[in-house]
Design a protein around this ligand. Sequence first.
Ligand code: CTP
Length: 415
Amino acid sequence: MRPERITLLENKRIILAVTGSIAVYKAVDLASKLTQAGSAVDVIMTEAAQKFVAPITFQSVTGRSVYTHLWQAASGVSLPTHIAHVGLGEGADLMGIIPATANTMAKLAHGLADDLLSVTALAARCPVVIAPAMDGGMYEHTATQANVATLIERGAYLIEPEEGRFASGLVGRGRLPETTTLIGHIRQILGRDGALQGRKVVVTAGGTREAFDPVRFITNHSSGKQGYALAQAALDAGARVTLISTTRTLPVPVGAMLVPVDSTQDMLDAVLAQTQDADALVMAAAVSDFRPATKAEQKIKKSADDSAGLTVTLVRNPDILQTVKARRDATGSPRVVVGFAAESENLLEHAQDKLRRKGLDLIAANDITATDAGFAADTNRVILLDKDGSQEILELMTKAMVSERIIERVALLLG
Ligand code: CTP
């Protein structure tokens, strides 16, 4: 189990073309993470890029030759049967120009072909991703913007630079996003023809929070990790994803629409609104069954009597899946509904009961007493039960892998 592997990136051929921006140091990390994820990464460096980072750095992290000239790799190894620009483009799944300078984009917009990068970009037939990075307001310049617009119009996929502080000390738009964001965009492009292409999937994540005054709430140990991993897996399969979440600390997968919620009632409202046009709902959230009967307007103060406690009366929350079931019985939508059962005893019995009561197509049952599974862990041990009575026992695996298996089942159920 290698947590850095990403199924979608496994055995993909990615051309990473880097240009002369200080942000090229971030591209080293990107090349490394893509390689660890399972991709074969062929790096092309412009002359200017080599002023910032040496080819050997990329060669070390990718374990492959780095290409610096039209006819030859930096290591002196040329492609065996082709001249480099054709050979590199052939069979590549994606070409990323990351970071892309204003100069490189200007060249590409005009179809110039005077170095390995620009020639390869013209020869490549795979999706081309451009992540501009430049200092001092150059990104906002009309000339740069016109070139960006031309490239997008021709089908390039743009990763917008972020606002922030530049190497020069100036502040503005032009910073290259962090590696996880870059990889999120790359996943979106590679996944777009996946099994859930054209489908909308709604995922809930985290433990609901039930407030009883402006500063205090009742919640549970759910970290939201399984829900976020499910959202990413659905994105990898090409779905449009809405993530209804109580978690504020996990990075939102690139491409997911986040609907932040706190209480069970908020989550219920969001689920009903978001599933109106959805194909599937995956309820990974740990929903609180009870909420305080009242919420104090002001912070509840201790009384002068040191021995006095505080009694909070709890009342039942609505069951979100039961409410969805009622609507689904009438409308047939969403077509697929998946639930979770986190149990501390009689796992299968309780899970089967929930599957039936809540009218689910599939339930992921996990034993929360195991230390390597359930709340907050990065791994999970899950049994998938479906409405036809079949059982699939998944061995211990990362929450990302569990999510892929669940999303595969969702795709199968949708047909
Ligand atoms: N769930 C829900 N609404 C609730 C409680 C739970 O939609 N008010 C969903 C959860 O998101 C999960 C499934 O129902 O997908 C099972 O949740 P769980 O907490 O395990 O079960 P409960 O219905 O609360 O049953 P019990 O109290 O018997 O464990």
